[in-house]
Write a protein that binds this ligand. Structure first.
Ligand code: HXC
Length: 257
């Protein structure tokens, strides 16, 4: 598949995916959806890729689902086409994904950032779920994920008023892991991605699965799941290598097995 709405570049073990519909502020249309999902699922199947970074432009990570594309859709079309269900293939990706957000992350853009494993934000980032102003509500998980990430009161206020949250507020609320100066965003995201990609890939995948389990189940079940997966890690070569390297006072060299 050749891409028209995204750019992809492999740097070492990191796939950098840049949303690239500048004239529409990276609005998420069907084509961009298909291309992002194609790129991340291929990267997920490639053992040479240990982390994915998704970014947009300086002005916009993504300004939402493409309003012009859905404006005239009927209920039957939205339902029969199960619009936005394809994003479940994105959340099924096991390779860690970092969102590097600069500028607007609105509607589907905020939802895409929240579907990544963590968000690094530029100090220019603006997050919001403004769908209510269009006569709809979030449709790619925003009403659920935002509520889990920032709590009911703030999520409810944002979804009901459509107001935007700046980077500092997003960090205080726990929506983003860290805020960095805009000029340093991509460099910092790639630096962090390289750290993740140098870890054992199967261990990183299991870790991602365990953290995500916290959103899906009870504490008792989650802790039980964690313990079982922790035990299973002792079947990997990378556990042997990681612990041997510590004892021998040398850097670990993971072979992803
Ligand atoms: C289609 C969009 C778009 C979008 C921007 N554009 N956002 N096109 N869908 N979501 C287009 C504009 O139409 C315009 O094209 C060009 O991008 C530049 O945008 P401007 O509005 O001129 O830029 P600016 O004045 O700087 O304002 C930036 C902005 C504003 C504040 C981000 O564009 C904005 O409010 N966008 C919509 C944000 C939004 O409501 N998102 C939620 C979408 S619904 P032209 O051709 O005019 O130059 C959604 C639902 C999720 O995400 C699923 C549930 C249904």
């Amino acid at each position: 598949m050749s891409y028209e709405t995204i750019l992809t570049e492999t740097r070492g073990r990191v796939l950098l995916l840049t949303l690239n519909r500048p004239k529409a502020l990276n609005a998420i249309n069907r084509q961009l959806t298909a291309e992002v999902i194609d790129a991340v699922t291929k990267a997920d199947a490639d053992p040479e890729i240990g982390c994915i970074v998704i970014t947009g432009s300086e002005k916009a990570f993504a300004a939402g689902a493409d309003i012009k594309e859905m404006q005239a859709a009927t209920y039957a079309e939205m339902y029969a086409g199960d619009r936005f269900a394809d994003w479940e293939r994105f959340t099924a990706v096991r390779t860690p994904i970092i969102a590097a957000v600069s500028g607007y992350a609105l509607g589907g853009g905020c939802e895409l950032a929240m579907m990544c494993d963590f968000i690094l934000a530029a100090d220019t980032a603006q997050f919001g779920q403004p769908e209510i102003k269009l006569g709809v509500m979030p449709g790619i998980g925003g009403s659920q994920r935002l509520t889990r990430f920032v709590g009911k009161s703030k999520a409810m206020e944002m979804c009901l008023t459509g107001r935007m949250m700046d980077a500092a507020e997003a960090e205080r609320a726990g929506l983003v892991s860290r805020v960095v100066p805009a000029a340093e965003l991509l460099g910092e995201a790639m630096r962090v991605a390289e750290i993740v990609a140098a870890m054992s890939l199967p261990i990183a995948m299991m870790t991602k699965e365990a953290v995500n389990r916290a959103y899906e189940t009870t504490l008792t079940e989650g802790v039980r799941f964690e313990r079982r997966v922790f035990h299973a890690m002792f079947a990997t070569q990378d556990q042997k290598e990681g612990m041997a390297a510590f004892v021998e006072k040398r850097p670990a060299k993971f072979t992803h097995g």
